[in-house]
Design a protein around this ligand. Structure first.
Ligand code: NAD
Length: 248
């Protein structure tokens, strides 16, 4: 039975979650909520001191791993072992004008944003299919549906991630594995706070957001956590925008 009155909803006891880019920002907020829902969590990121401190705060396992390389992905997968919930996340590509992107920058974006997700998914999918339960969730961006002029690599690579997971969802839905993306809008992580350190700049942007404020990492994490639960078993191939109405 899926639900009977009195049952506890949205628990993840007994599930194991790998969160890449989990040492801060949206990744760390997601890892915290998954842990609070009962999952065992393993964090992967590049910077050991930040990662170690984040993992200690959560009581989570951790692995230093640069997911833009095959070896880094393998290191994260080896450290994680069984993965029931994958949250694929990493830093976003740097800004540029679309006509000015170098070959190297395209390659770095392809490796860090697209191939990292493909490789992580390839690593966890066989086990998920065998166990007939899995949650694949990639963090993308509001720019998938509404490209930002100065983020051409992000716009292209996140659209590729979105469509790859939509395509994969068609193959694996029958195996109990769901594949979805969560697309944050402007979210108050350290990175965004640094970009909009001047209150006047922050104000100029936030008045254009219907909610009239930046989002909190925990609000993006809540969408990720929901998609990870049993209760979201029939939601697949979808993008959930968490953007305060920006995309309307
Ligand atoms: P952040 O920069 O605060 O955190 C990124 C995390 O990824 C860090 O833990 C970092 O160590 C890790 N990381 C970066 N590159 C990595 C790599 N190659 N291998 C392993 N780990 C790596 O970012 P955030 O603000 O939390 O955003 C998370 C994602 O959401 C990013 O891709 C970002 O571009 C995207 N996004 C953010 C916003 C926003 O407003 N914050 C909006 C739209 C999309």
């Amino acid at each position: 039975m899926l639900y009977a009155s009195g049952m506890t909803l949205f628990r993840l006891d007994g599930k194991r979650a790998l969160v890449t880019g989990g040492s801060r920002g949206i990744g760390l907020a997601a890892a915290t909520q998954l842990r609070d829902l009962g999952a065992d969590v393993i964090l992967a990121a590049r910077d050991e001191p930040t990662l170690r401190a984040a993992a200690a705060g959560l009581g989570a396992a951790w692995a230093v791993a640069d997911v833009s390389t095959p070896d880094g992905v393998q290191a994260a997968l080896d450290a994680a072992g069984t993965v029931d919930i994958l949250v694929s996340n990493a830093g976003g590509p740097p800004p540029s004008l679309p006509s000015r992107v170098s070959g190297d920058a395209w390659q770095r974006g392809f490796d860090t944003t697209f191939l990292s997700t493909v490789r992580l998914v390839d690593g966890v999918l066989p086990g998920m299919r065998e166990r007939r339960w899995g949650r694949i969730i990639a963090i993308t961006s509001l720019t998938v549906g509404r490209p930002s002029l100065n983020l051409p690599v992000s716009n292209a690579m996140r659209a590729a991630v979105t469509n790859h997971l939509r395509t994969l969802s068609l193959e694996v839905a029958q195996d109990g594995v769901t594949c979805n993306t969560v697309a944050p809008g402007y979210t108050s992580t350290d990175r965004l706070k640094a970009l909009y350190a001047d209150p006047a700049d922050a104000e100029k942007l936030s008045v254009r957001i219907p909610a009239r404020r930046f989002g909190h990492p925990e609000e993006v994490a809540a969408a990720i956590s929901f998609l990870a639960t049993n209760e979201a078993a029939y939601i697949t191939g979808q993008e959930i925008l968490v953007d305060g109405g920006w995309s309307i």
